[in-house]
Ligand binder design. Structure first.
Ligand code: CAA
Length: 445
């Protein structure tokens, strides 16, 4: 069977940053450690006055096409995943194609374009669509461009404000990929939930605590479903497990649940028995509440064990390095987590080719999806080309007043002029609105 997967990745961060413990926490009268230790965040990314989901997506895509030496005719499909769209009809992919056509010879007139929506899981679903399109033999030898781009803003004063972020991830999906091959097996955990939604509004209505419970419940369902078609997973099966990362503290909870599930009935559970006992089994309890209480007590002990701590440090913590500095990028978040892990491996000379990742995506509303990936020969060269560190270093550091101005500038219900904080160079910029309220873009040399 032909291998299909991710051949190249590019990441574009919003050009501004907000220091959460240093600037945001004092302005809110909160303890900085809520951000660093509790949520696990240091800074978040924001778009400058001339940036939006189109510019960030187009800039990531251009960088990817330039690096891979691609022309528009090499691309047969452009799918954009976003939950920050500003138009209920015209897809963001047409805007991005229009931007790219300004700078390349040729056009994307024979490429299939679309926009995927299912909260943060839509980026992974777009990869799925591309995978299926290639596997079905409909691609005529061409690659698919998947772009996950979001400006994840919450209303000011909403608890979610702490987890904002903005950026785009562009991925090239091809046969014989250079980064990762995707497994055919997938697991789903999906249910009609009202944890986080945007009923025709820009800023989300969120039940924060409930959203965390739903995330964990759907992830657990998806893992069981994955195992039913793949195999019983074990912690040693995967070099890294990138999760959707709304904030690193959420992944801390998901990682512990996943570990408990994977070690059940294994030699690890046996080895831990003398210290923390065996895992509570539902059939040994009279009701669900007492079972849950016993599970919570077991997990409190499990998380302190050397076995768990060292697995977490190896398989999970490296996936969070970028998220800590950029916040939530919604559709791009799990793809940032994968890139973060691969970059950590490259920086530490880990020989990763042939090893497996377990990728756990999630979208509110709600659906989790879990699949495995096999790292391809050539991954290190691709990952070595990422410039995310330099981009993060170059971000303009906002004061709290400036943050409020930027938030207003990107509020669709406000019409706020704002002087840019950074100078655009070699990138697409937003220039204003046309006669039908369409957005206009130019390429700045
Ligand atoms: N020192 C150390 N830790 C501290 C602390 C301090 N001084 N103060 C607080 N903390 C800890 C808290 O104990 C808590 O950790 P635990 O959950 O492990 O107990 C953590 O920091 C956060 O503190 P709070 O719970 O008090 O924070 P909050 O109520 O203000 O908001 C939130 C947290 C509900 C996640 C909020 O940020 C939110 O609504 N976010 C948006 C929704 C979201 O991201 N949900 C995630 C799942 S849904 C999803 O994944 C989809 C998506 O992308 C949105």
């Amino acid at each position: 069977m032909t291998a299909v997967g991710i051949d190249a990745i590019e990441i574009w961060t919003g050009k501004l940053q907000l220091d959460l413990p240093g600037t945001f926490a004092p302005a809110k009268g909160e303890d900085p450690e809520k951000y660093t230790k509790g949520l696990g965040l240091e800074t978040s990314s924001f778009p400058d006055a001339y940036e939006d989901i189109v510019t960030m997506g187009a800039n990531a895509a251009k960088r990817l096409m330039d690096r891979k030496g691609l022309d528009p005719q090499d691309i047969g499909r452009i799918d954009v995943a976003t939950e920050s769209a500003f138009d209920n009809s015209k897809p963001v992919s047409t805007y991005i194609a229009g931007c790219l056509e300004q700078v390349y010879d040729g056009d994307f007139h024979h490429a299939n374009k679309g926009e995927r929506k299912f909260a943060c899981v839509a980026g992974t679903q777009s990869i799925d669509d591309a995978y299926n399109w290639i596997k079905a033999g409909r691609n005529r030898g061409r690659a698919a461009l998947v772009i996950a781009t979001d400006t994840a803003l919450y209303a000011r004063g909403d608890p979610g404000e702490a987890t904002q972020g903005a950026g785009a991830v562009a991925m090239l999906i091809t046969e014989e990929p250079s980064v990762v091959e995707l497994s055919t097996e997938q697991g789903y955990g999906s249910a009609d939930e009202t944890d986080f939604l945007k009923p025709n509004q820009q800023f989300p209505s969120v039940d924060g605590k409930r959203s965390m419970q739903v995330y964990l419940a759907r992830m657990r369902e998806a893992l069981t479903d994955f195992e039913s078609v793949a195999w019983d997973t074990h912690p040693s099966d995967f070099a890294y497990i990138p999760f959707h990362t709304p904030f690193p503290g959420m992944v801390r909870k998901a990682g512990l649940l996943g570990y408990r599930h994977m070690i059940r009935d294994t030699e690890i559970e046996d080895a831990l028995e003398g210290r923390i006992g065996r895992q509570p089994r539902e059939e040994d309890f009279e009701d669900w509440e007492s079972y849950e209480e016993a599970i919570r007590a077991y997990m409190d002990e499990l998380k302190e064990t050397e076995e768990y701590r060292s697995w977490y440090a190896d398989a999970i913590d490296p996936t969070l390095n970028i998220a800590r500095r950029v916040g939530n990028w919604y559709t791009g978040s799990v793809h940032v987590a994968r890139a973060s892990a691969l970059r950590h491996a490259a920086d530490n000379d880990v020989d990763l080719a042939g090893q497996k990742l377990l990728v756990a995506s999630y979208g509110s509303g709600a659906q989790a999806e879990i699949h495995a990936e096999t790292v391809a020969e050539g991954w290190d060269e691709e990952v070595g080309a990422l410039t995310i560190d330099e981009q993060l270093e170059r971000r303009y550091d906002l004061s709290y007043d400036e943050y409020e101005q930027v938030h207003d500038r990107h509020n669709h219900d406000m019409d706020v002029e704002l002087e840019e904080f950074t100078q655009p160079e070699g990138e697409f910029v937003f220039t204003g609105w046309g006669r039908m309220s369409e957005r206009k873009y130019d390429y700045v040399e």
